[in-house]
Structure formats: structure tokens, C-alpha cells
Ligand binder design. Structure first.
Ligand code: 26Q
Length: 817
């Protein structure tokens, strides 16, 4: 149907690539070699579209989006690409003819994980939607040598293994040496006078060469192929033999090292700021390269730099790329000789900022000493931005030092990146309605009052192409059989499913598919964990990064409580439940890692206790990542979205579960609020404090968890089991820190900062409602179908259309072949 795909040509291409790359015939090939040959064949299919797309962009002189992000959590490309040019059945056939299974071949691809979690995966979903909708866009990021670490569980503990994703080469990328760019660090700024004007030049610096690699982003069935451009670092000068100057030699070695370390590894922190110098180097490295390139490209086809913003927009994915603001200023001032006013006008009309968190520990603040040493010219510009902004504050709020204190960009020896991003752009958005309201009314209140026109909401979304079409082929087929395949590019149409929600036959079909997907996950778990789980039990799933605010601890405490109930009464009437966890903890996050150990310790005890008749199983899935996520979402009955209200900006896993027909067990936080609004509170299980209540408690200095401890026997029993060796007989003190975190005020934190004990009773009630509800299979099937049918709002296509309408103002492009 599309994109010049021809089965025979494809087959020839696979054979050709096999010979050319590996000097082999297909029957001598390993699966890994087959994957590579197929991947190269896929590249052959899309390469003309890729070229044609960019020709068309140039011809139409389109406005271009640069989505600037430290993270792109792409997941595997092969299966998704094949789906995008709508040739999946044909490719499957071809491979079968050659004696291979497509799924097994897809499994050979390393899972490119250049991101931590939500923010990085959102960027990947956005790229998918931009290409599918036909909007001109680049993703700009870093080609980390090592992505998100691989997680092994050893003796219940997380062990981090380097993710050497490039070791066999990555067939989808193309090195673009012709666009290599120099990026400068350190040194000092010299002022030179030139025909009566001051010019600023950086001297005595070190530099690296940024070399871009391009990856294709394939639109679904529309011939559009956009580009993800990720930068690699290379040493700029090789040793010059005639230079015997000791300083030069030293510098050459340093630059060599700088290049090597700068792109070495993705920082595995999620929602947590660590003020590491190397991190700032990474930020400036990819931003300087991307911005320089964007300006150069623009000037190749235009002569007036003043109109730069008419053809370019930079979206900053959180504060991580915020040095784009002063970097663009630097280029306009120093390289193009514009006045401050001219440069500021262009910059603030080009940049826009997305906020992804209100957690104070995630706010980026750089010590002036570090910032100015590494980026001396950029720091001067930031100081001037700050000076002018403070002036503006004083004019608007005369004599109000409090306003200056709260909104200043440079203050207290630090550069505050969020403040710079807000001041340096024309748009500030949150990622779910509740989150944006909290930004406007609490966290960024002063900014909102000063510049309300900048603030807007863009509720996150996810791509149904990966998370339903690719991840859940059985349900996809069923949906298409019922309502046609429109939903693939127009998810709101999936609402047509609603009429089948009451139909007993459809309910049965739906539950059968869910069952088969549970069998698939059970097989995965057996293979990877060696644990036997019953696909007839309720699959109750919490998969996401491990963080205290996400409250995996509350989930496992509830499991401990349930287990106590079962031990008290082995005949307890309950529907068998499989509690499934998947989570990576930041390598330096002690308490998060201890929580993983706790989950695995509880699993060990419960899974081996024959006296409870297999009514509870606990599974910790090793190495949660995009590729196994697709299998997990498809198999879930219950979606655990249980963050402390006000803490989860949006969440996107919640949407992936909903799309796959799981029911949400959640707090009124982030996008859960909008999910419940779409599907109806009667088709979800909502519990816990509201965000207003949490914020009120926080203002009043918290609450007293000891009161709950003293008055609630069941909770007390569970907590005591943390410190009496019930789950760690060889080391009863093992979980003391977790116990303390819930009950004792520690140096800076309140006891139970995340209201786990406070919400635990109401969480337990909600869990009971689930147990009751699941017994009515017809009710459950109906609610699950209604969840699928109501997920239309949460496509990233909708999110992108809103960004285009309110912020980016891009034009759709048609690519004909
Ligand atoms: C910052 C400084 C130094 C090192 C690392 C970091 C860092 C890295 C990653 C800070 C934050 C992140 C990631 C944040 C993140 O993933 N936020 C999530 O974004 C999702 C998409 O908008 C939301 O759905 C989630 O609610 C939000 O937690």
C-alpha cells in the first residue's frame, strides 16, 4: 500500500546486505546478523523518503522545530519501522521464507536507552507523532556511548551493568561528518575594540569537535521521515609532532580526554539534580552544536538573521537544555554583531520551555564558580540577562525585594536554570492540567503574576503506534476488526468501541485476548525470573522509575499486610493476585535501592510459602525497559498510579496501561485526574489525599505518622516486620532506614514525607474494591473496554497538535514520491 515497499525487492536487499556486511549467505547467518541485514534492508526502503522529506522541507522553506532534549528513550527501531511503512505481514513472510521468525529477529536489537524514564520516552513519542502528522522537526540530543544501565538483580539487590548499545554498530544511524562543529569550554573572555565597538572573544579555551549522527524517524504511512540528530564528541586536534611546547602537549591530552568523557554516559538520575561539572559540559556541548547548526542552516537559505524566529523554534525539554538561551544570544551578539535588544527579541521569540517537575530536589541550580569557569562568555550573558530582568522586576514591583529574591536568575551564588528558561522564552508549559495549575498557583506563582501570557498547559500523550499497534497485536487486530483501523492515526475514534462494552460476546473476546497477553507475560517472567505465575490471577502492575514519591513502598507494605491476613486466615476469600514490579533506581539513591531489596525479600518469602495456596505472588521484573514494557502493558489488569498527590507532574505509563485496557488504581495526581475524567470515576479505583490536602499538610509542617502507628494494629504489625527480621532473618536491621523514614523525623525531612502511612488505609480499601470487582467478570470486561475506548485524548498526536497550535505554529508538509 505504501512507500514503494516491494516484497521481492526487500528480500533481495536482505540477501545483498547479508553478503555485503557479513560475507555470508542467509543459512550461515546468526540471528544477530540476520537482524543487522534486515535493519539495513529497512534503511534501504526508507532512505529515499528520508531524502525526499528534507528536499520538500527546503523547497517549501518551512518553519522547523528543534526539540532540544538530553534524553531520547527511543526503544527498538526495527519493529516500529516495519509497522510505519505498513509492511509487517510482508516482512514476516519474507523472513519465514528465509527460515527466521520476525519476533526473534526484533529481539536481537539492543534497546536504545538514551533516556531515564518519562521525560525521555515523552520525547520519543513526540518525534513519532511529529513525523506521522508531517511536521518539520529535529530531535537534538547526545549520542551517549553508554545509555541507561542494564539492571541485574543479584541476591535481591540491584546491580548496574553498562549498556554497551553500540558494540555491534547501530545500523539505523548515519554519521554526518560534514556538519561537525567546534564547541569551546573554559578559558577567558577578551574584549577587543573594533571600529568603536566592543567585541568579545573567548581565548585560552579547550574545545571538542561535535559530530552528528542522524537516525530516521519514520511517519506512519505518509512517506515522511524526520531526523533525530545526536552528537558525538571527538578530539579536535591530534598531537602535532613539531610542537614541543609543554603547554600545547598538555592541552592536547586534555582535549583528547574531554572529548572521550563528555559523551561517555547518560546520568541515571530521574527527577533528581546532581550538580556535576560533567553534566553541565554535556548540556553545553549538545546545545552549542545544535544551535550553531540551526543558525548556519537558516543563514544558508536566508539573509536576514532578524527573522530567525519566523523559521525556527526551540523547545526546551525541561531546564536541561536552557543554555540554549544564552548560547543563541552569544551567536547573535558575537558572531552576527547584533545589538542586545535585537538579539534578545530573536531569542525570546525562538525559545519555549516545558516544566516536568515541581520537586525542589530536581531544580537545576549551578554554582556561579563552576558555571563561569566552564562557560565564561555564557556566564557574562546570563549576568546581563539577570541584570536587565531584575531591573524589570524593580520597575513592576518597586521596593519589593522579595520578588527579586524569588525570581532572580543569578542569586545566592547560583544560576537558576528554571528562572532563566522562563525569562528567556515566550512560553512556559506544564505537562498535565493539575500540574500546570500547581505551577501557576504555587511553584511559579510570581512568574505567572508577572507574565501570565506565557503560561499554558500541554497534557502529555503517548504514541498508540508503539504501545498498542506494535506492543499488543492481538488487541490491535480486535479493535480494527470492530471499528476499522482509523484509530492508528486518529485515536479519539477508538471511542466507537464503547458500544461493544456491554456486549457479552465482545466482553468474552476482550478477556480472552487479555488472557493470552497474560500468558505471554507469564512466559517472559518464567524465562527471565524463573517464577511461575498464574495467568488467571489478577495482574497488578507498577512499572516506573523507583522514587519515594511514586510510593512503590506503599504498594509492597500493602502486600505485606495482605500476606499477614492470609497467614491469619489461610481460607481468606480473595481473588489470586500477582503483584508485578519493574523499576530502576538511580545508582546513588540508597533508599530506592533498599526498596528494591525489600520487594525482592518479600517476594522470596511469599512466593515460597506453600501454605497460602499461591493466592499471592510477587514478581520483580529485572531490567524494565521499553521493549519489555510493551509486553507488560498489554498484560496488565490493574495499573498502579499511586504517587503522593501533587508530586507526579503527569505520568505517561498511566496512559499506556489505559490504552491496553487496564483499570487505574490511583491518586488524583498528574494526568490521572484527566484519565478519570475521560473514563468516569466508576471505571477506576481512586483513593488517597488530594493535592490540595497534601499541599495544606506540607504548609502546616506535615502530619504525625506516630498517631497512625499507635492506633492501627495492622499497620504497626507490618512496620514491625521491617525491623524484626521477618523478611531478612540474617540481618534484622536491614530495613531500618525504611522504617525510620516512615516514623522518625530525619535531619531535614519530615517523617513520612510522602504520606505513605496516611494514605495506606484508603489504598487498602481501594484494593479491596478491586478484589470484589474482579469477581464480576462481565463488569470488569466492560470497565476495561471502556478504558480502551476512552483513551483517545491521550495520544501524543493530540499533544503535538496543541503544541503546534499554541506554541510552534508549524505547517504540515506532504511528501509525494
Ligand atoms: C537533572 C540534573 C542532573 C542529572 C539528572 C537530571 C534529571 C534527569 C532526568 C532530572 C530529571 C529527569 C527526568 C524527569 C522526568 O522524567 N520527569 C517526568 O516527566 C514525564 C514527562 O513529562 C512526566 O510524565 C512525569 O510525571 C515526570 O516525573
Amino acid at each position: 500500500m505504501s512507500m514503494g515497499f516491494d516484497k521481492e525487492t526487500f528480500k533481495k536487499s536482505v540477501l545483498f546486505n547479508m553478503k555485503n556486511v557479513f560475507r555470508k549467505t542467509v543459512d550461515e547467518a546468526t540471528k544477530e546478523q540476520m537482524y543487522q541485514a534486515v535493519a539495513y534492508a529497512v534503511k534501504d526502503v526508507i532512505i529515499d523518503e528520508w531524502i525526499a522529506t528534507h528536499k520538500e522541507y527546503e523547497k517549501q522553506d518551512v518553519k522547523t522545530l528543534y526539540y532540544l532534549s538530553m534524553e531520547f528513550l527511543m526503544g527498538r527501531a526495527l519493529g516500529n519501522s516495519i509497522i510505519s511503512f505498513m509492511a509487517q505481514p510482508d516482512v514476516k513472510d519474507v523472513l519465514e521464507e528465509l527460515g527466521f521468525d520476525l519476533n526473534a529477529i526484533e529481539d536481537q536489537e539492543p534497546d536504545p536507552a538514551l533516556g531515564n524514564g518519562g521525560l525521555g520516552r515523552l520525547a520519543a513519542c513526540f518525534l513519532d507523532s511529529l513525523a506521522t502528522l508531517g511536521y518539520p522537526a529535529y530531535g537534538c540530543g547526545i549520542r551517549y556511548r553508554y545509555g541507561m544501565f542494564k539492571q541485574k538483580i543479584e541476591n535481591g539487590y540491584q546491580v548496574e551493568i553498562p549498556d554497551d548499545w553500540l558494540k555491534n554498530g547501530y545500523p539505523f544511524e548515519i554519521r554526518r561528518a560534514e556538519y561537525a562543529t567546534e564547541v569551546k569550554f573554559g578559558g577567558y573572555v577578551k574584549v577587543v575594540r573594533e571600529n568603536g565597538r566592543e567585541r568579545f572573544v573567548q581565548e585560552g579555551y579547550q574545545s571538542v569537535l561535535a559530530v552528528p549522527y542522524d537516525m530516521p524517524i519514520i511517519g506512519y504511512g505518509n512517506n515522511v521521515v524526520n531526523t533525530l540528530r545526536i552528537w558525538d564528541a571527538q578530539a579536535i586536534n591530534t598531537f602535532s609532532l613539531d610542537s614541543f611546547d609543554k603547554g600545547d602537549y598538555q592541552k592536547a591530552v586534555e582535549q583528547e580526554n574531554l572529548a572521550k568523557t563528555i559523551v561517555e554516559v547518560l546520568y541515571p538520575n530521574d527527577n533528581h539534580y546532581a550538580g556535576k561539572e560533567l553534566r553541565l559540559k554535556q548540556q553545553y556541548f549538545f546545545i552549542s552544536a545544535s544551535v550553531q547548526r540551526a543558525v548556519k542552516k537558516y543563514m544558508e537559505n536566508h539573509d536576514d538573521i532578524h527573522k530567525f524566529y519566523e523559521k525556527n523554534v526551540f523547545q526546551l525539554n525541561d531546564t536541561h537544555p536552557t543554555v540554549a538561551v544564552p548560547e543563541l544570544m552569544r551567536i547573535l551578539l558575537d558572531d552576527y554583531g547584533l545589538s542586545w535588544e535585537e538579539a534578545w527579541e530573536i531569542t525570546t521569540r525562538t525559545c519555549a520551555y516545558t516544566n516536568h517537575t515541581i520537586m525542589s530536589e530536581a531544580l537545576e541550580k549551578w554554582p556561579i564558580e563552576l558555571f563561569s569557569r566552564l562557560l565564561p562568555r555564557i556566564y557574562q550573558i546570563v549576568e546581563e540577562i539577570n541584570r536587565r530582568f531584575q531591573l524589570k522586576i524593580s520597575q513592576m514591583y518597586p521596593g519589593n525585594q522579595d520578588k527579586v529574591r524569588k525570581m532572580a536568575i543569578v542569586y545566592d551564588g547560583q544560576v537558576r536554570m528554571a528562572n532563566l528558561a522562563i525569562v528567556g522564552g515566550f512560553s512556559v508549559n506544564g505537562v498535565a492540567r493539575l500540574h500546570t495549575e500547581i505551577l501557576k498557583n504555587q511553584e511559579l506563582k510570581d512568574f505567572y503574576e508577572m507574565m501570565p501570557e506565557k503560561f499554558n498547559n500541554k497534557t502529555n500523550g503517548i504514541t498508540q503506534r508503539r504501545f498498542l499497534l506494535h506492543g499488543n497485536p492481538l488487541l490491535s487486530e480486535w479493535v480494527t476488526k470492530k471499528i476499522g483501523n482509523d484509530w492508528i492515526t486518529n485515536l479519539p475514534h477508538i471511542h466507537r468501541l464503547a458500544v461493544y462494552a456491554d456486549d457479552p460476546k465482545c466482553q468474552q473476546e476482550f478477556m480472552d485476548i487479555k488472557y493470552q497477553n497474560k500468558v505471554r507475560l507469564a512466559r517472559y517472567i518464567k524465562e527471565h525470573n524463573g517464577i511461575e505465575v498464574d495467568p488467571r490471577s489478577i495482574f497488578d502492575v507498577q512499572v516506573k522509575r523507583l522514587h519515594e514519591y511514586k510510593r512503590q513502598l506503599m504498594n509492597i507494605l500493602h502486600v505485606m499486610y495482605l500476606y499477614n491476613q492470609l497467614k491469619d486466615n489461610p481460607n481468606l476469600d480473595m481473588v489470586p493476585r500477582t503483584f508485578i514490579f519493574g523499576a530502576k533506581a538511580a545508582a546513588g539513591y540508597r533508599r530506592a535501592k533498599l526498596t528494591i531489596k525489600l520487594i525482592n525479600s518479600v517476594a522470596e518469602v511469599i512466593n515460597n510459602d506453600r501454605s497460602i495456596g499461591g493466592k499471592i505472588k510477587v514478581v520483580f521484573i529485572e531490567d524494565y525497559k521499553v521493549s519489555n514494557a510493551e509486553i507488560i502493558f498489554a498484560a496488565a489488569d490493574v495499573s498502579e498510579q499511586i504517587s503522593t498527590a501533587s508530586k507526579e507532574a503527569s505520568g505517561t505509563g498511566n496512559m499506556k496501561f489505559m490504552l491496553n485496557g487496564a483499570l487505574t488504581l490511583g491518586t488524583m495526581d498528574g494526568a490521572n485526574v484527566e484519565i478519570v475524567e475521560e473514563v468516569g470515576a466508576e471505571n477506576a479505583f481512586i483513593f488517597g489525599l488530594s493535592s490540595d490536602e497534601v499541599i495544606r499538610y506540607e504548609r502546616d509542617g506535615g502530619y504525625d505518622p506516630m498517631e497512625i502507628f499507635n492506633n492501627n494494629y495492622e499497620i504497626r504489625r507490618v512496620l514491625m516486620q521491617l525491623i524484626n527480621g521477618y523478611y531478612s532473618p540474617q540481618d534484622p536491621e536491614l530495613f531500618r532506614d525504611i522504617y525510620n523514614s516512615l516514623l522518625n523525623t530525619m535531619s531535614s525531612d519530615r517523617a513520612d514525607t510522602y504520606f505513605i502511612l496516611k494514605d495506606l488505609p484508603s489504598y487498602g480499601e481501594a484494593q479491596k474494591r478491586i478484589d470484589q470487582a474482579y469477581r464480576d467478570e462481565s463488569w470488569w470486561a466492560k470497565a476495561a473496554i471502556l478504558n480502551v475506548a476512552s483513551s483517545g485524548k491521550f495520544t501524543s498526536d493530540r499533544t503535538i497538535l496543541e503544541y503546534v497550535r499554541d506554541i510552534w505554529h508549524l505547517e504540515k508538509v506532504n511528501v509525494e514520491l
